[in-house]
Ligand binder design. Structure first.
Ligand code: NAD
Length: 360
């Protein structure tokens, strides 16, 4: 079987790291028919738009995409391609696994966590009212008529909307993910003690959904306490599910725990499509030098293979990455203790070493 997959090479180092991931994916023996479409600054220069319609239609058709990081053009007026992609394709779940690979320098040595973040609503949706604007004043006056807790007339507002539908969808996603991936525990993360209606609803829905999955353990944690516990006993946690803003923050925390940007993959998944990408950006200072670490992008490729249910190929690729990093001989400068560029492998050489390992 040949899989039709959309490939967005990306900007800056994106071109190098997505190229490396593509070669490693092909080395697994799984066959791909890549449909290459451009977004970001590359698309802006060629087609006058950071997100041409062809990108959305390609992902709609193929339902799976591998995406290199994109540069956000400097100067106002440009929509965020990542946010636009999530909304246009309704990619409601952001999946961020954080696992330590032996040989990567990090403060923790045995982390294996997955953050499942709701992508569509919450404070992060950006429904905001500017300080001093007429609309803002009208809304504040209306709130003050109806709420016992007054809002200052000088306030700016941000609206936190949490729905039962979107909460149920993301919590089910987390439980289904846990079941499919042989994980034992789902933790719902919230601040329901203070935000009783919004986070309280998220927690209530989490508890309801948990009762449908008796084979998976369930608990919940208040988000601040969750952060402390992740620092103190990360081994007690497994899959963490949470609303958008907490997910944005906690998933960076867990990525930091495993060594940061160079090794952290992700996926944005919806009912009709899935986009796999490294969490790092286009690192313009490294662009074109063949020095960027391709690991995060390659591990996003591992996630893509699992999504396609090519489990054997995914495992072979994951094992090969782990082996090359543990050996420490063919790794990019950022994975070396001395960070010596002259002794480090180039992006393409690290990919070659991973390919050689797969083919052993
Ligand atoms: P960045 O992730 O590109 O870089 C942050 C730091 O990490 C830099 O020092 C960079 O050199 C280093 N770094 C990142 N990835 C690396 C890798 N694979 N190997 C080695 N070092 C790596 O973040 P930034 O500098 O804030 O943003 C640069 C551009 O990327 C901006 O235009 C930003 O909008 C965009 N961006 C895009 C995405 C995305 O498309 N998903 C995500 C984040 C940032």
């Amino acid at each position: 079987m040949t899989y039709s997959v959309t490939l967005i090479p990306g900007d800056g180092i994106g071109i190098e790291v997505s190229g490396a991931a593509r070669r490693v994916l092909e080395a697994t023996g799984v066959e791909f028919d890549w449909e290459i479409v451009e977004a970001g600054v590359t698309a802006l220069e060629k087609h006058g738009d950071v997100l041409p319609a062809a990108v959305i239609s390609s992902i709609r058709k193929n339902q799976v995409a591998l995406k290199g990081p994109l540069t956000t053009p400097v100067g106002g007026g440009f929509r965020s391609v990542n946010v636009a992609l999530r909304h246009e394709l309704e990619l409601f779940a952001n999946l961020r696994p954080s696992r330590t690979y032996k040989g990567v320098q990090s403060r923790f040595d045995d982390v294996d966590l997955v953050v499942v973040r709701e992508n569509m609503e919450d404070l992060y949706a950006g429904v905001e009212f500017e300080q001093g604007a007429a609309d803002t004043g009208e809304i504040i006056a209306e709130i003050n008529k109806r709420s016992e807790k007054p809002v200052s007339e000088t306030a700016a507002l941000s609206i936190k909307a949490i729905t039962p539908e979107n909460s149920r969808r993301i919590v089910r996603f987390a439980f289904d993910y846990a079941r499919e991936n042989d994980r034992k525990l789902v933790t719902s993360v919230h601040k329901a003690n203070i935000m009783k209606y919004t986070d309280g609803l998220f927690l209530q829905v989490s508890q309801d959904v948990a009762s449908e999955y008796p084979d998976i353990e369930f608990n919940d944690r208040i988000v601040d306490n969750m952060c402390m516990q992740l620092m103190q006993k990360p081994d007690q946690y497994d899959v963490l599910v949470m609303p958008n803003l907490y997910g944005d923050i906690v998933s960076d925390l867990t990525s930091g725990m495993i060594g940061g940007l160079g090794v952290a993959p992700s996926a944005n998944i919806g009912e009709k499509g899935a986009v796999f990408e490294a969490i790092h950006g286009s690192a313009p200072t490294h662009a074109g030098k063949n020095v960027a670490n391709p690991t995060a992008m390659i591990l996003s490729g591992v996630m893509l293979l699992r999504h396609l249910r090519e489990f054997e190929a995914a495992q072979a690729m994951d094992d090969a990455v782990a082996k090359v990093i543990a050996d420490g001989k063919s790794v990019t400068y950022d994975l070396r203790k001395d960070r010596d560029q002259s002794k480090a492998a180039k992006t393409s050489e690290m990919a070659d070493a991973i390919i050689a390992e797969i083919q052993k």
